[in-house]
Write a protein that binds this ligand. Structure first.
Ligand code: DGJ
Length: 748
C-alpha cells in the first residue's frame, strides 16, 4: 500500500514539472496595459483613452517582448450603436448608452440608475492584479480581481462592489466577469439536462442576439450547468481554438452568450439578475462568485484536459495549490488522492435500512474489494419513506436499536471505512424540527408553502438555521467514526421569502444562503479534516466549481443505467474531471430503462470514473462476485491514470453512435488505459481501428487486457508511434449489443 502511494506521488511530481510553465503578470505603465501569461495563453487588457477598462487580447501565448499600445475605444457605428456599447469592456456599468449586457446595474437611493466605471488604480498580487474602478460621479467602487494559473493558463476573475457613499444602493445585476471574443464564427457548447438525464452536450452556432444559460432555482440545477465552451470556425475535438469558462457558484446563476450587431461575442456571468436585489448600505460590500476562463489551441479535448488539471491542482480540497480567496498562491501543484471504491446501499434497500441488512451488504462489499461502505437514506428520525423525518437527525431506534456504532465497528472490522447519507438543508413538515420551527424554511407569509418530495427548504441564510445545521453535523461526526458524508439536496426553491429581514433586504437570501452553505462545509472540514464529502442533488443538480472547493466528489445522476451513463459521462467530462465523477455499478435489468446488460459492461462503464457498487450484492451469484472482484482489483491498478490522466475521446457515444471509446494517459506518459464499448453492432460492421493519442512516440508500451481481446497477432509490446499511427485493433469477434472491452498500456 505504502509502495503504491509513493509511486503516485512520484507520478504527480513528474506531471507537474511537465505542465507548469512560468507565468508572468506585467503592467505597462506608459500604455496602461495589463498582461497575464500562463500555460499556453495570454490575456491582455488596458485603460482606454476614456478611462474604461477594455479587453485587448485573449488567446494563444504571445512573445515575451510583444507589446500593445493604449486601448482605443471602438467607434460609434451609428447614432444607434454607441462606442460605449461596442467597446469590449472588462466590466461595464449600465449607463452611458450600454445596450449589451451590463456587468453591473444599480439603483441609487434617489432613483438615479446611471453607472459608468472608470479606472482608478491597481495593485499587483500573486499571479495577477486587483484593479479598482469607480463610477464617474458617485462613490461606488469596484475592485476586479484577476489571477492566472501558471500551469493551465486558466484565469480566475471576480469583483468586489463597495458602496463608499452615505446612502444605500441596490445592486440589481452583478456579474463576476465579462469575457470578450473578436467578431467571428463560433460554436457554443453547453450542458443541459433534467433529473436522471443530466449532462447533454449541446452544440450550436452562435447567432446574433443572446443565449441565456441559467438557474433561477436557488441552486446550480440539473437543467443547465454553469460551463460553456466556444469553438472558433472549424475547431473540433482535437484541433482549433476553444475558449471556455465555468462559474463557481452553487446558487441561482446566469451566463449570457451574446453576439452583438457588429458580430463581436461577449460572455457575461454571475448572480442571476432574476429576482435579484442586494442592498449595499454605506460601507458595505458585495463579493461576486469567481468566473474561471481558459483557452486551448487543441480543440474541445484540449480545453477539457486543461480544465481537469486546473480542478485537480487548484480547486478541489487537498489540492495543495488551492486558491485562497480568489488568488492563486505560488505553490507547487499536487492533486488529491484517487477516491476509495465505495459501496452505496440506496438501490439495494432504499429506505429499508437496518443493522442486519446493512451488515449483510457490508460483508459482501468487503469481499469484493470495496474500500468504503456508505449507508444511504432511511437511518434517522421517523424516516420510513420520503414523507417524514428530514430535519430530525437522531438515529432511528427501531432500525438501529444500539445506535450506529455496532454497524460502524463491523464495517471497520471488515477493513472498510464508513460513510453516511444526510440532507441537511431540508425538512419534512412531518418532523419535530418543523413542528418546533415552522419559520425556519423559505416561505412567503400567508402563501402556500409548495412541497416537493414532501419537503421544504430550510433558510440557510438565517444565522440560527446555519448554527443548527453546523451543530448537528458536528455532533454526528464527533460522536461517530464517519469518514464520508453523502450530502444530498432534493428539491429547488419556491417562495424564496425571508420575512425576518426588512422588505428591501429580503432578496439577499440568494447570496447569503449559498455563502452560508460554503461556510458550513468549510467549518466542518476544518473541524473534521479527515472527513470527505460528496455533493449530490437528486443526482447532478449541484455540480459546479463553487461547491467543488468544499467537496471531494459528486453524484452525477440518479440514472445509473450503464449505457445512458456513457453519454452522461461524455458530457460531464467536458466540464469536470473524472476524479469527481462517481459511477456505481447497479442491477440489471436496470430499474429506469429496463435495459439488460452484462456485469462486465456495467463495470467497465463505471470504471471510466470513480468506481462504486450500488447493486443488491447479496443476490449476486458466485460468478458475478468473482467478475466484480477481478475488475475492482484491475481498476485499482490503473485508477490514477483513469481519473487524473489526460482524457482523449476517441469515439463519442453521442448522436446515436454505434461505438464509444475513451483513452486516458498519465501526464508522465507512463501508462494509457482504453475503454471500448459497442452499443449495437449493425450490418456486421467491425469495430473501428483505434489510433491512440497522447503516448510517447519513442517509448515502448506493453498492451494487456483488462477485459476483452485485441485482434489476434497484435504485438504485445510496440512503440507509442505504433499504437498511435498503426493503431490498436479489436478482436474480430467483438460484436453484439452492449459489449465492452478495456486495455492498459504500460511503458517498459
Ligand atoms: C437522491 C440521491 O441522488 C439518491 O442517490 C439517494 O441518495 C436518494 N436521494 C435518497 O433519498
Amino acid at each position: 500500500m505504502l509502495k503504491a502511494f509513493t509511486k503516485t506521488l512520484v507520478f504527480l511530481a513528474v506531471s507537474v514539472a511537465a505542465v507548469a510553465q512560468p507565468s508572468l503578470v506585467k503592467f505597462d505603465a506608459a500604455a496602461k496595459v495589463f498582461r497575464l501569461d500562463g500555460g499556453g495563453s495570454s490575456y491582455v487588457f488596458g485603460v482606454n483613452a476614456r478611462g474604461e477598462l477594455q479587453q485587448l487580447y485573449w488567446g494563444g501565448r504571445l512573445g515575451a517582448a510583444d507589446s500593445f499600445g493604449q486601448a482605443q475605444p471602438m467607434k460609434e457605428w451609428a447614432s444607434f450603436d454607441s462606442s460605449y456599447s461596442n467597446t469590449p469592456q472588462e466590466y461595464a456599468g449600465w449607463g452611458a448608452g450600454l445596450f449589451v449586457e451590463p456587468a453591473l446595474k444599480v439603483t441609487f437611493g434617489d432613483g438615479n440608475r446611471g453607472l459608468v466605471l472608470h479606472y482608478v488604480s491597481h495593485t499587483t498580487v500573486a499571479n495577477g492584479f486587483d484593479v479598482e474602478l469607480k463610477d464617474i460621479a458617485r462613490p461606488i467602487h469596484v475592485t476586479l480581481h484577476y489571477t492566472i494559473d501558471p500551469g493551465s493558463g486558466v484565469l480566475a476573475r471576480s469583483a468586489s462592489i463597495e458602496n463608499r457613499g452615505a446612502t444605500a444602493v441596490t445592486v440589481e445585476q452583478a456579474a463576476a466577469a465579462a469575457w470578450a471574443l473578436p467578431a467571428g464564427q463560433y460554436t457554443l457548447n453547453y450542458l443541459t439536462g433534467r433529473w436522471a438525464g443530466e449532462w447533454t452536450l449541446n452544440q450550436e452556432a452562435v447567432q446574433a442576439g443572446e443565449r441565456v444559460l441559467e438557474s433561477r432555482r436557488g441552486s446550480t440545477g440539473h437543467q443547465a450547468n454553469p460551463w460553456f465552451a466556444l469553438q472558433a470556425g472549424a475547431a473540433d475535438e482535437d484541433h482549433g481554438e476553444v475558449w471556455f469558462g465555468a462559474l463557481a457558484w452553487s446558487g441561482s446563476w446566469r451566463i449570457t452568450v451574446e453576439q452583438d450587431q457588429l458580430d463581436a461575442v461577449r460572455v457575461t456571468g454571475g448572480f442571476n439578475p432574476f429576482d435579484f436585489g442586494f442592498v449595499l448600505r454605506p460601507g458595505q460590500r458585495l463579493e461576486t462568485p469567481v468566473f474561471y476562463g481558459g483557452y486551448s489551441a487543441h480543440g474541445l479535448g484540449g480545453a477539457s484536459r486543461l480544465l481537469h488539471r486546473f480542478e485537480l491542482e487548484r480547486i478541489l480540497p487537498h489540492a495543495a495549490a488551492k486558491e485562497a480567496a480568489g488568488s492563486a498562491p505560488q505553490v507547487a501543484a499536487q492533486t488529491p488522492r484517487p477516491r476509495p471504491v465505495i459501496y452505496n446501499s440506496w438501490e439495494a434497500t432504499e429506505f429499508k435500512v437496518d443493522e442486519p441488512g446493512q451488515v449483510a451488504l457490508a460483508e459482501k462489499a468487503a469481499a469484493l474489494g470495496v474500500d468504503r461502505f456508505v449507508m444511504d437514506d432511511g437511518w434517522f428520525g421517523q424516516r420510513k419513506d420520503d414523507h417524514a423525518g428530514l430535519g430530525d437527525w437522531y438515529v432511528n431506534k427501531e432500525k438501529f436499536p444500539n445506535g450506529l456504532k455496532p454497524l460502524i465497528d463491523k464495517v471497520h472490522g471488515l477493513g472498510m471505512d464508513f460513510g453516511l447519507w444526510v440532507e441537511p438543508e431540508m425538512v419534512n413538515p412531518n418532523s419535530d424540527l418543523y413542528r418546533n420551527h415552522p419559520d425556519w424554511v423559505l416561505y412567503f407569509p400567508q402563501r402556500p408553502r409548495v412541497e416537493q418530495r414532501n419537503q421544504l427548504v430550510l433558510n440557510l441564510a438565517r444565522p440560527d438555521v446555519r448554527a443548527y445545521i453546523l451543530g448537528f453535523l458536528d455532533k454526528l461526526l464527533t460522536e461517530n467514526d464517519i469518514a464520508f458524508l453523502k450530502w444530498d439536496y432534493n428539491r429547488n426553491w419556491t417562495e424564496p421569502g425571508w420575512d425576518q429581514m426588512a422588505p428591501a433586504e429580503q432578496k439577499r437570501v440568494y447570496v447569503d444562503y449559498t455563502r452560508n452553505l460554503y461556510a458550513i462545509l468549510a467549518e466542518l472540514r476544518k473541524k473534521h479534516p479527515k472527513v470527505e464529502i460528496e455533493s449530490c442533488s437528486g443526482g447532478g443538480g449541484r455540480v459546479d466549481l463553487g461547491i467543488l472547493r468544499y467537496v471531494d466528489e459528486v453524484w452525477p445522476s440518479d440514472n445509473t443505467d450503464p449505457f445512458d451513463r456513457l453519454m452522461m459521462q461524455d458530457g460531464f467530462t467536458y466540464a469536470y474531471t473524472p476524479q469527481v465523477m462517481m459511477a456505481w455499478v447497479t442491477d440489471s435489468p436496470h430499474w429506469f430503462n429496463k435495459r439488460t446488460t452484462s456485469l462486465a459492461y456495467r463495470m467497465l462503464s463505471s470504471m471510466q470514473g470513480s468506481l462504486g457498487i450500488g447493486a443488491n450484492i447479496t443476490k449476486w451469484s458466485e460468478e458475478e462476485s468473482a467478475t466484480a472482484k477481478r475488475l475492482i482489483a484491475a481498476y485499482k491498478q490503473v485508477q490514477p491514470t483513469i481519473v487524473q490522466g489526460d482524457l482523449y475521446r476517441l469515439i463519442s457515444p453521442r448522436d446515436g453512435s454505434e461505438f464509444s471509446v475513451t483513452e486516458t494517459v498519465r501526464s508522465d506518459k507512463s501508462q494509457g488505459v482504453v475503454f471500448a464499448f459497442i452499443h449495437s453492432t449493425q450490418k456486421g460492421r467491425g469495430f473501428p481501428l483505434l489510433k491512440l493519442k497522447g503516448l510517447d512516440a519513442k517509448a515502448e508500451y506493453t498492451l494487456s487486457s483488462i477485459e476483452g481481446k485485441a485482434k489476434a497477432g497484435t504485438p504485445e509490446t510496440a512503440s507509442g508511434a505504433w499504437w498511435m499511427n498503426h493503431g490498436l485493433e479489436m478482436d474480430e469477434g467483438f460484436h453484439g449489443d452492449y459489449q465492452a472491452a478495456a486495455f492498459r498500456l504500460d511503458r517498459k
